[in-house]
Every structure is written in C-alpha cells, then in structure tokens.
Design a protein around this ligand. Structure first.
Ligand code: PMP
Length: 403
C-alpha cells in the first residue's frame, strides 16, 4: 500500500518558502542582564535593539523587589485574579499605574498583547465598527479580528481617511472604536492623538491608544504620549506594557473606574488566565517608583534620541520620521537589511534588522536607552555610515506612506 502523505508535510514546505523569501526568523541567545553592552555570539556588543528604554531591566532594585515578592507571595500567583490569584501587590501596582497615567483606575494583565486582545474584544462585537491605523501593532490587529467587529483600516496617520470612514460608516454601527498606537513601534513616529480625539468626539466614538512605547518614555513625568500631547483630561482607553521602559513583564489597561470595573467582568484574557506573577508585579511597581525618583532618566532618554537624529542628519543618513527613542533607517530589501545587521554585529553593534512580514519595507531599527553615552551613539553612527554608503535610495517596491 502506498504510504499516505503526512498531514504535517505542508509545514516543511511553508518553512522552505519563508527561507527563500528571507523571512525565516530564529532566536538569538543574549547572555547576561542586558543593558547597553551585551554579549552576543561570545562578543561584547553595543546594544541598540532593546526596549529597556530607561535601563531598568538589569537594575538591582528591581531584582531585589522581585526577590522580596517571591519570598512574601511565592513564585506563582496560583490562580486567576477573580479566584485565588489576587495579591496585595497587584493592587499596589494598579494604583501606581493609575497615578502615573493620571487616570482613575488600572488593571494589570499577564502581557501587553493579552491586554490589547482582551480589551478590544470586550469593548466591541459584530454589531460595531473598529477604525484602525494601518501600522497598528499585531496585538491591536488581532484584537480587532477577535472582536468580530467590522474593521476598516486607514493609511498610516491619514486623518482625512479616518474622518471619511467615520462620516460614511459610523451611523451604521452601534458602537465605534478608533484604535491606534501612540508611538509606532517599527517607525518611531507618533499618532496625532489630539486630532483623533476631536474626530472621535464628533462622531461619538471611543478611542483606544496603545502606549507600549510611550509610557516611561514621553511626557514630563513619563506618563506617555498621552501626557506629552496634553490629552490626559480626554476620555480614552489606554493600554501599555510593563515590559519595555518599566523593565518587567506584563501589560495594563488604564482609564475610568467604570471602564476598569467593566473589564474585570468582561475581559476573557484577564478573567480566564493566571494573575501576573508577584515578582513581575513588584519589579514593575519599583520601576515606577524609580521613574518618579530619578526624572533625569527621562530627560537623558529624550536627549539621546535627539542626539542620534542630529548625528544621522550630519552624516546625511536618511531615517524615518521619529519623535521617540525608536529611529529607523530604511533599507532596500530583506537580504540587504539582514547583511547589514550581520556586518554591524561583526563590528560590535547590535541593531534590529526588521523586514517583511513584520513591516512593509525593510529597515534597521535602532532604539536608544537613557543609559547610552554620547560615545556609544557616536560609535553607532560612525559604524553605520560606511555600510550605508552605496546602498542607494530605498525602497521602490513597497512605498512607505509615512515617509
Ligand atoms: N503593543 C506594542 C506597540 C508593542 O510593541 C508590544 C510589544 N512588542 C505590545 C503591544 C505587546 O506587549 P507585551 O510585550 O507586553 O506583550
């Protein structure tokens, strides 16, 4: 009898297709605690690929807080928050997040991804409309899909398209939710939040903004792009992560006390999963305390982003519009960006080589941290410059609307 074809045979073929397109991805072990210098493939490398914007992930005070929480509460929270998994440290953290963001209440999740998925699916369903930026993070896109709402995507930051969509479609749906990143993670630019909120108000729409790369990064007190853009008093749903500037793990939603009470009752990715671990919660709470006590970290982070952009300007290296610690250099295709990433690593510089399908066009993505020195940034740009010379003008095939 002929051997039956394996029902899993398609996986190898799919992997081969990814390899051919240079879309295949693999993990890379990084030794040690992270920080501005890491060990990669046995070599010390300057790290410009981390989301640890304030340099807190390796801070001894976060480690001590996490260790103390393990001693007090154990390693796992042992149940969902509504059953046996709710600990005083969760309350303390949620209050600290609400204070940082200037809102009435907050709710912590096991990750930012789960916070986005669950919150969107709790706020809208098949009767409703979601209007979303084209470059929204995967978790926002998946949340929109999961909700079953009608999803309309507008080109990146094109307010006239958002307005047209609201004008044409809003009246056909029960509720409407406008969804956007505040800081676009693969570009570094910001959304025009005040204008989005004006439009939403006019069309009776809710707004959900993802502050994953804004919180602890932007705003006079680190309250995020919402603070930076003077929108703290406006009604909106803010989501974020504890895993970037706050150096821990977990996600959160913040807004009115009513919103949080509703989500506690209706968000599947919060109700039916084990509570955030006590260690992660304690580390994040300590990070927020440090953010308040050491405001120079925020000013240094902003300075480092500006300094990197100035240096790139001086060397006439093109980069995408950026107002954040994320600065991206467009590169013509996936093979080239991978080769550049490799050459930089060989010279002791670690930056992310990002390519489709993560982004529409390939780019080197650099992130500065508050703890980088001017010399670190000088070394980055002077290593990149000769590699970029002769790369030509990117990219023709997939134009990037943000450019
Ligand atoms: N939103 C954005 C914009 C992100 O960049 C990320 C993480 N890459 C997330 C949400 C998800 O956060 P977490 O890592 O906590 O799941």
């Amino acid at each position: 009898m002929a051997k039956a074809a394996s029902p899993y045979g398609w996986i190898a073929k799919s992997l081969a297709t990814l390899q051919r397109a240079k879309w295949h991805r693999q993990v890379q072990p990084i030794e040690g605690k992270g920080g501005t210098t890491i060990t990669l493939e046995g070599r010390p490398c300057l790290n410009f690929a981390s989301n640890d914007y304030l340099g807190l992930a390796g801070d001894d005070r976060l480690a001590a807080a996490a260790a103390a929480a393990v001693k007090t509460y154990g390693t796992g929270s042992t149940g969902s928050r509504l059953l046996s998994g709710h600990r005083p440290i969760h309350d303390e953290l949620e209050q600290a997040i609400a204070r940082l963001k200037g809102t009435e209440a907050a709710l912590v999740f096991s990750s930012g991804y789960l916070a986005n998925l669950g919150t969107i699916a709790a706020l809208v369903d098949h009767r409703d409309l979601i209007v979303a930026d084209q470059y929204n993070h995967s978790s926002l896109q998946m949340g929109a899909r999961l909700s079953g709402a009608t999803v309309v995507v507008y080109e990146h930051n094109r307010l006239e398209q958002l307005e047209q969509c609201l004008c044409e479609r809003r009246s056909h749906h029960r509720r409407c939710l406008v969804v956007t990143d505040s800081v676009f993670s693969m570009d570094g630019d910001l959304c025009p939040l005040p204008a989005i909120l004006d439009l939403a108000e006019r069309w009776n729409a809710m707004v959900l903004v993802d502050e994953a790369h804004g919180t602890g990064v932007l705003g006079a007190t680190g309250g995020g792009a919402v603070e930076y853009l003077n929108c703290r008093h406006r009604p909106l749903v803010q989501i974020g992560t504890l895993s970037k500037a706050l150096g821990s793990l977990g996600g959160y939603v913040t807004g009115s006390a009513e919103l949080i009470d509703f989500l506690r009752n209706r968000t599947a990715t919060w109700i039916y999963t084990t509570g955030l671990s006590p260690a992660d919660a304690a580390a994040a709470r300590t990070a927020i305390a440090i953010l308040h006590q050491e405001p120079h970290r925020l000013t240094q982070l902003a300075h480092n982003g500006d300094y990197l952009r100035q240096q790139l300007d001086q060397l006439q290296i093109q980069y995408l519009d950026s107002e954040s610690p994320i600065v991206c250099i467009p590169v013509k295709d996936a093979a080239t960006v991978l080769a550049l990433g490799q050459q930089l690593r060989q010279q002791g510089i670690f930056v992310a080589a990002v390519r489709p399908p993560t982004v529409p066009t390939s780019r080197l993505r650099m992130t500065v941290m508050a703890t980088h020195s001017q010399q670190d940034i000088d070394r980055l740009v002077h290593t990149i410059q000769p590699l970029m010379a002769g790369q030509g003008c990117p990219p023709a095939e997939h134009p990037h609307p943000a450019e």
